[in-house]
Design a protein around this ligand. Structure first.
Ligand SMILES: C[S@@+](CC[C@H](N)C(=O)[O-])C[C@H]1O[C@@H](n2cnc3c(N)ncnc32)[C@H](O)[C@@H]1O
Length: 388
């Protein structure tokens, strides 16, 4: 072979080898963490949501699809601190791998974190088409977040780790959990069946060999009750008064509000209608603090009690002679059996707008008054009396 040809061949081979071995480098060169990231395929035109994602302690770190590369990041935390880094990438355009690494920062030198392999104690989650996972989740619709509350989005976690998901219709989602048959995993779907109420549903699932297991999130398991969290939205003051009148609140009454917000219903019951006692229960500690401040301002602290509790965990309401509610359909449905079973004959329940499961009200009333923004609005109140 002529010498010139030999030299050109050698040069070409060196260039090819050099290109193959070379990794592109991105991010600040002075990072305290260097991530070795496997290739992520670009999103196909018909599925732009198949994005490569990197999060560090739950915060997004901008990253694009691209070749095998080194990515240097400066994490603003001191040596010795442990951070959780999640790389969600697409080794194939149809299959998403979510790989998690727990990393302890070091002093003086950057830590190299290799995402080419999963750690034994942090198995990958792999998402493919619905037909392909070893777990097929049947997920009920989650309503889109309203513009003024973009945080009301659905969330899915598997053994405490986030699994990216969007609001959307009733659907099937295939997930491949990289764990052996017989392993029990905890899957939590937090969704918005109504734009104003969040349901957090938990399922314990034992993986099976060979065949995918279907997990239906349309229904609650009896052994793990739902957490139901209607948002805070106060009843307008005119409606508060109408609710107390409808519930015939008077001397001697013990008035409860499950999901009491700023306490206005029970405060009005004792202050304007002379009830013996008012009890407000709310899941939000900040609102309970506000209730106590409001009771103090209104001079009724000695007649009211505010408790920071999950109202759906209270199983005996026999103390109440009147219950006032503004809580949403799903919460009302969950509370209905406890109300019917434990309230004493003669007790009254008044609900602003929402039904209590299939329990037919004894009375219904429509009123028109100013809403919280000062505009006229129609309101519906429902009332039930516990029979002897
Ligand atoms: C629509 S607001 C009603 C507030 C108040 N009752 C009123 O009418 O002005 C619903 C309230 O329920 C509370 N809440 C949500 N889930 C709850 C739960 N599981 N247990 C107790 N309170 C809850 C919220 O924090 C919120 O304050």
């Amino acid at each position: 072979m002529p010498r010139i040809l030999k030299t050109s061949l050698l040069l070409a081979t060196l260039i090819v080898l050099g290109t193959l071995g070379c990794k592109s480098r991105e991010g600040p060169a002075d990072g305290n963490v260097i991530l070795l990231l496997p290739e992520s395929k670009p999103a196909p035109d018909n599925a732009p949501e198949r994005m490569t994602k990197l999060t560090i302690d739950g915060k997004d770190e901008p990253i694009k699809a691209g070749p095998d590369r080194e990515f240097s990041v400066k994490i603003d935390a001191s040596a010795g601190k442990t951070v959780s880094i999640v790389y969600s990438f697409w080794p194939q355009t149809y299959s998403n791998t979510i790989r998690t690494k727990t990393v302890k920062l070091e002093a003086g030198k950057p830590v190299k974190v290799d995402f080419h392999k999963a750690d034994a104690d942090n198995p990958d989650r792999i998402r493919e088409g619905a037909a392909e996972g070893n777990v097929i989740l049947l997920l009920p619709e989650s309503r889109p977040a309203p513009e003024h509350a973009p945080e009301r989005v659905p969330k899915l976690t598997i053994n405490g780790k986030d699994e990216p998901i969007k609001a959307g219709p009733d659907r099937e989602l295939g997930v491949k959990i990289d764990a052996g048959a017989g392993t029990t995993v905890s899957i939590v779907f937090s969704f918005w069946p109504y734009t104003y109420s969040n349901t957090i549903r938990t399922k314990k699932v034992k993986l099976e060999a060979d065949k995918p297991i279907k997990v239906d999130f349309h229904k609650t398991d009896a052994d793990v009750p739902d957490d139901i969290r209607p948002i805070y939205y106060p009843t307008p003051h005119t409606v508060v008064v109408e609710m107390c009148k409808m519930g015939k609140v008077g001397e001697g009454d013990v008035v409860y509000d499950f999901g009491c917000g700023d306490g206005r219903l029970v405060i009005a019951a004792v202050k304007k209608f002379n009830a013996k006692k008012g009890v407000g229960v709310d899941i939000d500690p900040g609102l309970i603090k506000l209730c106590k401040e409001n009771a103090e301002k209104d001079g009724v602290s000695d007649k009211v009690e505010f408790r920071n509790e999950d109202a759906l965990k209270i199983k005996d309401l026999s103390d109440a002679t009147v219950v006032l509610l503004y809580v949403g359909e799903d919460f009302g449905k969950a509370l209905e059996p406890v109300l019917r079973k434990t309230l004493k004959p003669g007790a009254r329940v008044v609900s602003h707008r929402f039904p209590l499961g299939d329990w037919a009200p004894d009375e219904e009333k429509k009123i028109n008054c100013k809403n919280n923004d000062g505009n006229d609005e129609d309101y519906v109140l429902k009332m039930w009396t516990i029979k002897k």
